[in-house]
Design a protein around this ligand. Structure first.
Ligand SMILES: [Fe+2]
Length: 385
């Protein structure tokens, strides 16, 4: 019954406006000197505004972009700085079949860099019907499908795939690769390293962090190092579990009781609407996903719950492949910390975790997603094989 009422209240959330509206900040960071850079933006809903990364890698006489981002003026300007030194954009890679947040920037980005070849993960799908590439704004003439039509820059990278896995509505697949020169492993969503320091991009506008650092909607947004950290921790819990175990959704009456007060009638404080109540010991649930100063390396919790419960074998096979890369040093993913120290031993640790009892006995944080998964299974949306 309790679960049922939570699910109903869930429908209310999409009423929150999209963040950060039309005003996307982009930052450029150098990840590996003279070889790999990261362009980062914030994407998502206000209550789960998470940073997202496009990786830029030096290839012969030019650059390869991985995981496209919407090309705002600022993003293109930052990219131009790299192009001036390292050469033009030669290749754009969309290495995921399912991660919508990585696809939306591709049409506009490919229009700006008209000379670039485009490579796609196989099995691109759009819901509810499958549309041809040109219809989606992706120029088919210079687009190729990874593996089916080869792979780009073979001397630099070894390309391999996680999946495909049948999700009923479409498929989960991401193409990963190892960059020999820098000994870096590149993934999109599957493995992440999370630590407690808020990402640099929030320095330009910490509002999403401060929004979440409160306990009630009528509290003002106060900016301090501790409040930013607290807000970041909660944002990570949201984006990892959709509804973390230590979070409760109050009744509408309770929410509006604290809303629309005098100083809160503005967008920044969301008119005092804050539809969450955290348990007092909410911080105890952080240990499983967040490292204090060193990023905690993990299979992304959302995928662990929704995609991998039945696909342990595929996941382990993929990790075994990663272990074979000689002298692997770093992981670069499309979300959270990068680069993260990542060696053969770290990879083995993940395999051990997946094989352990703990993997099957998930904590309270996972309950919402596990229930959601079971419902999809019951409804036949996820095939029961
Ligand atoms: Fe993603």
């Amino acid at each position: 019954m309790v679960e049922e009422s939570i699910n109903k209240k869930w429908y209310w959330w999409p009423l929150f406006p999209l963040y950060p509206y039309g005003n996307k900040k982009t930052i450029l960071r150098e990840l590996i000197p003279d070889q790999i850079w990261s362009l980062e933006q914030i994407q998502g809903l206000y209550y789960v505004a998470v940073p997202i990364r496009m990786t830029v890698i030096k290839v012969d006489d030019g650059l390869m972009l991985v995981n496209p981002l919407p090309p705002t003026k600022e993003l293109v300007n930052e990219l131009e700085k790299l192009i001036a030194i390292h050469g033009k954009v030669k290749t754009i890679v969309l290495p995921t079949a399912s991660g919508l947040e990585h696809k939306i920037g591709l049409p506009a980005l490919s229009r700006i860099f008209q000379g670039a070849d485009i490579w796609l993960c196989p099995g691109q799908w759009s819901f509810p019907i499958n549309l041809p590439l040109d219809f989606l704004g992706i120029p088919s003439k210079r687009t190729r499908i990874l593996f089916e039509e080869g792979t780009p820059h073979k001397d630099y990278f070894e390309w391999f795939s996680l999946g495909p896995l049948d999700l009923g509505l479409g498929r989960y697949q991401e193409v990963s690769f190892f960059h020999h020169a820098t000994r870096t492993l590149h993934v999109t969503d599957s493995i992440v390293g999370i630590d407690s320091t808020p990402p640099e991009i929030f320095n330009f506008d910490p509002t999403p962090l401060l929004f979440h650092s409160r306990d009630r909607g009528d509290e003002p947004l106060i900016d301090s190092v501790d409040q930013r950290k607290k807000g970041w921790a909660r944002l990570v819990l949201f984006s990892s579990f959709l509804k973390p175990g230590k979070l409760n959704i109050p009744s509408l009456i309770e929410i509006f009781k604290h809303s629309f007060k005098k100083d809160l009638r503005n967008w920044r404080s969301h008119f005092g609407i804050y539809p969450f109540v955290w348990d007092e010991d909410w911080e105890s649930s952080l240990a499983e996903i967040m490292g204090e100063n060193i990023p905690k390396i993990q299979v992304a919790p959302v995928l662990q719950n929704l995609i991998f419960p039945r696909s342990k074998k595929v996941l382990i096979g993929w990790l075994e492949k990663i272990k074979t890369f000689k002298n692997m040093e770093y992981l670069i993913s499309a979300h959270y910390s990068a680069p993260v120290k990542f060696t053969e031993q770290d990879c083995q640790n993940l395999i051990n975790e997946i094989n352990s009892e703990k993997w099957n006995k998930l904590s309270d944080n996972n309950k919402f997603l596990i229930n959601f998964y079971e419902k999809l299974l019951k409804l036949g949306i996820i095939p029961n094989i």
